[in-house]
Design a protein around this ligand. Sequence first.
Ligand code: MG
Length: 258
Amino acid sequence: MVTRKSRREIDQMRRAGRVVAEVLALVEGELHPGVTSGHLDRLAEQHIRQSGGIPSFKGYLGGGRYGKGPAAFPASVCVSIDSEVVHGIPGDRVIREGQIVSIDVGAIVDGWHGDGARTFVVGEGRPEVEALVGATRLAMMAGIAAAVPGNRVGDISAAIEDVGREGGYGIVRQFVGHGIGTEMHQDPQVPNYRTGYRGMELQPGMCLAIEPMFTLGEADVEVMPDHWTVVTADGSLAAHFEHTIAITEHGPEILTSV
Ligand code: MG
């Protein structure tokens, strides 16, 4: 079911979104060659909790359920390096010069969710890598620009796909954007490619997480034996950007910004 949020509820989501944006800015400042992905995760969790939030990925089983055990996501943020697309598990791995590192952050503040991601190039990246990262961000912004009342979900998808095709990138299809609110994943799904359906009409009060994932190779992905880490099947590099937005009568408002 698609929910439309009131102005007061969008205010609440703005608070969660701000915490997500603050964590991404914090991590960006700490992302140097030699740091471990686990260090970034600890910083992120500390900031989320100090802000009165809960890290929404920790203990996540999928499908809106939480628990313990090997199937539960063990960390507060996802850190996905190079050919890892999304859902990388932070740990002892040391980040090196020239790698690309995608950080995905989810926070719950007073029951409302924010969800955002960015891909960073560590130090100097090769031109084609910088271009991949730039195009993925541009696709997210194009998708957001299409999120206006009267358009349809499929218009967001088409705007993202057009940027990906223009650059000749692999456009990941197995993972898609989503509605968001009192749960991290709500209806509708927001694919990053044309599905053949225009989808539902966008209306003020709808909140969406828009999150393209592009690769330097093919679009196929696989899940690693750790149950979570999604990698490109051909080993090519991948980038991921995500903002949580609210659709207002004036157009889209990015909630995961400071
Ligand atoms: Mg998301």
